[in-house]
Write a protein that binds this ligand. Structure first.
Ligand code: BEZ
Length: 209
């Protein structure tokens, strides 16, 4: 099965460092940042787990739950979390899926055989409260992810949903947004009474208050 944007995220029940979770029930009315790691006790993964913990308030502000996955056992995860906390000066406060048999990694296509047959690559799934997959990223094992970009992408999805707009390159929250070309000028006048900067008929930028 190939997972596409807009698909319902496959549901599952699995052991984590915070007990058994049923994925959809656990997400409930939140957004979810679901991200995989090749293995416990590895350097890049340790920094990524730490960064995710350090950003707890940022994810909370975006109503986004964090769920890690690594292809090891709960016992190994628990020991590793001590190292994450020590070395990254944080207190890891979100569950990590114990996927030693790769059941969830395979379900979510996190195994890329040219990288490894036995460990997940660095996948990101941003899932909305309707349990739809809204954004994916895939990084190789040796490249740590950019967490500013992950938060920025969640902002873009949420602002886009709330205002029916698109966001330009390198957009960050508070900057001008794009009125989609599917919206006529007549409709735009109703939706964006503040007006817009029309650089081309298809490129109209407006500011949200
Ligand atoms: C790491 O997390 O550092 C890592 C894991 C697997 C391969 C390469 C790096």
């Amino acid at each position: 099965m190939t997972l596409h944007l807009g698909d319902t995220a496959p549901d599952f029940e699995i052991e984590t460092t915070e007990g058994t979770i049923k994925f959809h029930d656990w997400i409930a009315d939140s957004w979810c940042f679901f991200f995989s790691h090749p293995a416990d006790f590895t350097p890049v993964c340790t920094t990524e787990m730490g960064r995710t913990a350090q950003l707890a308030d940022e994810f909370e502000a975006r109503n986004t739950k964090r769920l890690g996955l690594s292809t090891d056992t709960v016992g190994e995860h628990v020991k590793w979390i001590e190292d994450v906390n020590d070395t990254q000066h944080t207190s890891l406060d979100f569950p990590i899926v114990a996927d030693a048999d790769l059941r969830i990694a395979k379900l979510y296509e996190m195994i890329h055989p040219e990288e490894s047959d036995t460990a997940a690559v660095r996948s990101v799934f941003i899932i909305d409260p309707d349990k739809k997959i809204r954004l994916t990223m895939t990084y190789p094992m040796a490249v740590g992810r950019n967490f500013d970009e992950i938060l920025r992408a969640i902002d873009a999805l949420q602002v886009g949903d709330a205002n029916s707009v698109a966001t330009p390159a390198d957009w960050t929250k508070g900057e001008n947004v794009i009125i989609p070309p599917t919206v006529s000028n007549e409709e735009a006048q109703k939706r964006f009474p503040q007006g817009w900067d029309e650089q081309r008929p298809y490129l109209r930028l407006t500011h949200l208050s």
